[in-house]
Design a protein around this ligand. Structure first.
Ligand code: PGA
Length: 249
């Protein structure tokens, strides 16, 4: 796959001081490369400091882990797409499995957030993935197709081609269990087919990242799988040297 995307999802880790130290170390080990993209999703409160830390490195892209679906208003504790953009984000995760399964976010809300991201000047990375019981019932493709349709329900066909998608089987996130490259390839192929149905041929350019217990040992094999256009990495993105090694895989 050309120009893979390496995306670090820091979740609720790395406050300002840790993030600054991480970036000093990471940038010393990761030289600008034109054949790949590197992206960080820090905590909302850390975003601005990370933005400042990468000022000299326009190749490093930043995103929010979550946004609200409204543009402004009385939503205590939430951040709009525009607020995230003001802090340095150009991307946002939408519908990460922890948002869906820990915080009860629905398909419908994910769809509204994808539309809000575009209104606020962010590119959404829509996350989809099945739970273990859904996989065991043979429902994997049905689940990711349902999540894709709902996630893209409120945007124009042309905007589908501007999204990123991450396939993260819920049973593989933070568990040390990874989908095999063949498993990932077959679900990614189904995602590509649905993206083409939703967005036409231009959706061929939408990168489909794989996520779920990616590490230095399995990154290359997953990236080599057909239709895997990048990696969305949680735990293994928290160490600067380890993450630099994955980004130069
Ligand atoms: P993990 O998390 O790499 O720690 O499994 C991935 C994710 O949730 O994005």
């Amino acid at each position: 796959m050309n120009n893979p995307v390496f995306a670090a999802n820091w979740k609720m880790n790395h406050g300002v001081a840790d993030a600054q130290a991480f970036m000093r170390q990471f940038l010393a080990h990761y030289a600008r490369a034109y054949d790949r993209s590197v992206m960080f999703f820090p905590s909302a409160l850390t975003l601005h400091a990370v933005h400042a830390a990468v000022r000299e490195r326009p190749d490093i892209k930043l995103g929010a882990q979550n946004i609200h679906w409204e543009d402004v208003g009385a939503f205590t504790g939430e951040n709009s797409a525009a607020i995230a953009r003001g802090a340095g984000a150009r991307y946002t995760l939408v519908g990460h499995s922890e948002r869906r399964h820990v915080f009860g976010e629905t398909d419908e809300q994910a769809g509204k957030k994808v539309a809000a991201a575009f209104r606020g000047g962010l590119t959404p990375m829509l996350c989809v993935g099945e739970k273990l019981d859904e996989r065991e019932r043979g429902d994997t493709v049905a689940v990711v197709v349902r999540q894709l349709r709902a996630g893209m329900a409120h945007i124009e066909k042309a905007q589908v081609a501007s999204c990123l998608v991450a396939y993260e089987p819920v049973w593989a996130i933070g568990t040390g269990k990874t989908a095999t490259p063949a498993d990932a390839a077959s679900v990614h192929a189904a995602i590509r087919a649905e993206l083409n149905a939703l967005g036409g041929d231009r959706a061929d350019s939408v990168p489909i990242l794989y996520g779920g217990s990616v590490n230095r040992g399995n990154a290359r094999a997953l990236l080599d799988a057909p239709e895997v256009g990048g990696l969305l990495v949680g735990g293994a993105s928290l160490d600067a040297d380890g993450w630099a090694a994955i980004c130069t895989t």
